[in-house]
Design a protein around this ligand. Structure first.
Ligand code: SF4
Length: 351
């Protein structure tokens, strides 16, 4: 484990010896306070929290959005982060609300005095700042560098130097690149030189499958080396998918906490149970459980209970019946119509 300073993000602590957190980013415009969409947003935030999301970031493109985020932050159980580009006054306004962190790319905030104003207010309010550097928005003199890794690390270090000159240490850094190897190398290099918590992720990683593969390939080696305090799996997919992907990446890296591991078969010509549809239907419920358990959804009784004999709970089909098993032993046989109810009853016994 590479030791970093600890930074308090609302109720969460990032870095130090604290667990690696999962975050995602809101993908729609901020809803107006008091609207139906506002209430729906709060409910969705709760759902993300149940899935294992610990921090949620919002793009704040204008003052109206800052007001909306401020209203949401007062009601949200998750720490909310304001993501600001270009206009430092939006960052200043956001910090009037219980915002847990501000993300800026100081390179596009502009004049040094604007950054100084943001830092002064952040210090006053106790708001940490993430310096988010992207390979697509590097300073002019680094933009065309043949050493892409060196350039993004240099860009991040310049920004860190500005904050450190101002005596501001509540920092998190991210260096987002769309290539796997460059992401690994940049974060390794930065972690070897600084004790600042790192936010890991591959940017513009693509749709669900491509994005999960690229993020897994980049993040798992880093996490195994103890690098990374928080992760965001960027996908052209839902926030829920990003959080679930983050859970699986942490589990594969051996840094995840408790929760359900889902085992499901790919299905073949022997199947008498639609393991795909059942898994899709139940996955949010399963990922929302905090019990450490293995749950299997298998396509047939011929191989299902045997292949998933380590599962604490399993379900499969046999002819026109559905079978529930535990550790390879069949415990209930029910009709397909009863399957969801009975499966839920058995799940509750695990909780
Ligand atoms: S559990 Fe049955 S249906 Fe699923 S892949 Fe194995 S043999 Fe095929």
């Amino acid at each position: 484990m590479i030791s970093t300073r600890a930074v308090k993000i609302g109720k969460l602590i990032m870095g130090g010896a604290w667990p690696v957190s999962i975050q995602t980013m809101w993908k729609d415009p901020l809803p107006a306070p008091g609207s139906e969409a506002f209430a729906e947003a709060l409910a969705r935030i709760e759902g993300l929290s149940e899935l294992g999301c610990s921090i949620l970031r919002f793009a704040v493109p204008d003052m109206e959005a800052a007001e909306a985020l401020g209203a949401l932050a007062g009601r949200s159980s998750l720490p909310l982060v304001a993501d600001i580009h270009f206009d430092w006054r939006i960052a200043l306004r956001c910090m009037d609300f219980p915002i847990a962190k501000v993300r800026v790319n100081p390179g596009n905030i502009g004049a040094r005095w604007k950054v100084e104003e943001v830092v002064a207010k952040a210090r006053d309010k106790g708001t940490p700042i993430r310096i988010g550097v992207n390979s697509g928005s590097l300073p002019d003199d680094l933009r065309d560098s043949a050493d892409r890794v060196g350039a993004i690390v240099e860009a991040a270090e310049r920004e860190v130097a500005v904050f450190e000159e101002l005596g501001f240490e509540d920092l998190v850094v991210s260096m987002k690149i769309s290539e796997v190897e460059a992401t690994i190398e940049a974060n390794r290099r930065f972690a070897s030189r600084h004790d600042i918590p790192l936010h890991l992720g591959v940017t513009e990683a693509g749709p669900l499958i491509a994005g999960v593969v690229k993020n897994s390939a980049a993040l798992i080696p880093l996490l195994r080396e103890g690098i990374g305090a928080t992760i965001r799996v960027s996908l052209s997919d839902t926030m829920e998918s990003e959080v679930i992907a983050g859970r699986e990446i942490l589990a594969a890296a051996g840094t995840g906490d408790s929760g359900v591991a889902i085992v499901s078969c790919p299905r073949c010509g022997r199947a008498s149970f639609d393991s795909h549809a059942f898994t899709a239907r139940w996955s949010k419920r399963l990922y929302s459980m905090r019990t450490k358990a293995t749950v299997a959804v298998m396509g047939c009784v011929v191989n299902g209970p045997g292949e998933a004999r380590h599962a604490d709970l399993g379900i499969t089909g046999a002819g026109d019946k559905v079978i529930i098993f535990r550790r390879g032993e069949i415990v209930r046989t029910v009709s397909p119509e009863e399957a969801d109810t009975v499966f839920n009853e058995e799940l509750e016994k695990l909780e």
